[in-house]
Design a protein. Sequence first.
Length: 654
Amino acid sequence: MANIETILRENRLFPPDPAFVARANVSGLDAYHALCREAEQDYPGFWARLARQHVLWHKAFTTVLDESNAPFYRWFADGQLNVSHNCLDRHLDKQPDKIAIIFEADDGTVTRINYGDLYRRVCAFANALKSRGIGKGDRVVIYMPMSIEVVVAMQACARIGAIHSVVFGGFSAKSLHERIVDAGACAVITADEQCRGGRAIPLKPAVDEALAMGGTDSVHSVVIYRRTGNHILWHPTRDVWWHELVQGQPQSCEPEWVEAEHPLFILYTSGSTGKPKGVQHSSGGYLLGTVLSMQWVFDYRPDDVFWCTADVGWVTGHSYVTYGPLAVGATQVIYEGVPTHPDAGRFWRMIQEHQVSVFYTAPTAIRSLIKAGGDLPRKYDLSSLRLLGSVGEPINPEAWIWYHEAVGGGRCPIVDTWWQTETGSHMIAPLPGSTPLKPGSCTFPLPGIMAGVVDETGANVESGKGGLLVIQRPFPSQLRTLWDDPERFKNTYFPEELGGRYYLAGDSAHRDKDGYFWIMGRIDDVLNVSGHRLGTMEIESALVAHPLVAEAAVVGKPHEVKGEAVVAYVVLKGHRPEGAAARQTAAKLRDWVTEQIGALAKPEEIRFGDNLPKTRSGKIMRRLLRALAKGEKITQDVSTLENPAILEQLKVAE
């Protein structure tokens, strides 16, 4: 892995605006470096100071980091707290009337709820769960639409010490069943239906199907939020309406004080094969990571209106919808639907109407919105924005530039954040009042995060050379284990080949001469072309830099001579070409890639589609693209795809 070659060249630099620096929570590079030095000089002391400053403890901790059973690290282990108490109770004296959530439904209906009311609703639902016999350590699966209620459900579980496991509402009954069984859940919280893109999509029937598959005897309760009121099947001994369960429940609920290492949630990683991989996060360390990243990376200010577009079915929605924003007392927007309904101006209209100041979304959404109408943002008043964010995968430099200029008006820093389900919070990201930005780079590790790029023996590789991205010291927000599978945890994330001491991210990366980190793609997405190891992200970035291209995904397929050939799936900003027009466009794009990064990276095949195969959350299903490139029959579950018909288009090469 030490010879992964970097082929992307990006030299544009965007220093932070002096006016932004002057008001920033971390102001200037000197302040950033001072925090980094503090962590290097006294690592436990650094984290202890921050934990005491930013987290409310019911019982103070006396131990900071316990490494005695590595890699099963423990942080603040003898301290006690409650995460819901940190998100809600702490605001009741100072700002009970401050708006906590602005919820916009798919049809445009807007509901606002303040911190006092949110506290009372969480407490009532927590008491309702306790009335069903649910308590500390029990696992509760949540399968719900984006709503105020899903935040209430997660916070209520945290309040009583129950361990929640949220399953994205686009997952199939089979996927839901696997997660219910693996977690040993005692209850499922769901809704009759969810609303997306003007359509009602059933949820409760998938729960019924999952529970009928067997091995689910542990589930004694299904709580249903009435979203649409349409007909559902009813199991009287198991099912209960949310609104009936909370009726008459007290609107105060003493928090269950738990140890810092008590599991807050299990989240199953998407795309896993075989047994689901249940990432288990702690309470204290995880909460600290979300709060610090809200303060440092999002530069949280009390007057901000924060909007993270992620679904709570993913870790981004856990950290930057349900927990981080509420822990710092922010006002945030939650949206039920899709970015293109009723038209591609939906996001920009919402930013205008709700006066959003911090906007955090995924590169896939950005590229899709470029295709849907690259000039659309200019038709809206986006002057409330002061900070933009990107999450989920590396953002192509040209998409970064569009985001910066068309959405941010050239004045908003972009925090391109690298982190994972397993890390719980941001690991490598700009601090917007400190870091000069390079389009496409996630820049530098956060203070206290000891990231590196190493070869397969764990030795650091030189600048400009690609290798394995690792984190070289334990950090508070990292996963503690995989649920009920400690051996898989050790083998996957702390392999013996690296000495069992480094957290292996599974991404390839390199650092440039200035120390900036560049993510090159997943390790299993590295292509071996004529003996050269190439990261897919860099070829994708070159394609997206062409003025005709809105989005691209690159995979490899076996080649008798080269070992692997580059196959590119391309979505154009205009109509999908066919026949001679497609061949001409493909030839242009091959020449363009050759010009941009060299003949080595020139795609052997280019396939055009109206879109790429994505889940409803916008995640590109690259394993399906690899199967298509090899001519294999698709045997995998495609029920989570937003657009399964697109697979037929992408079978044709030009």
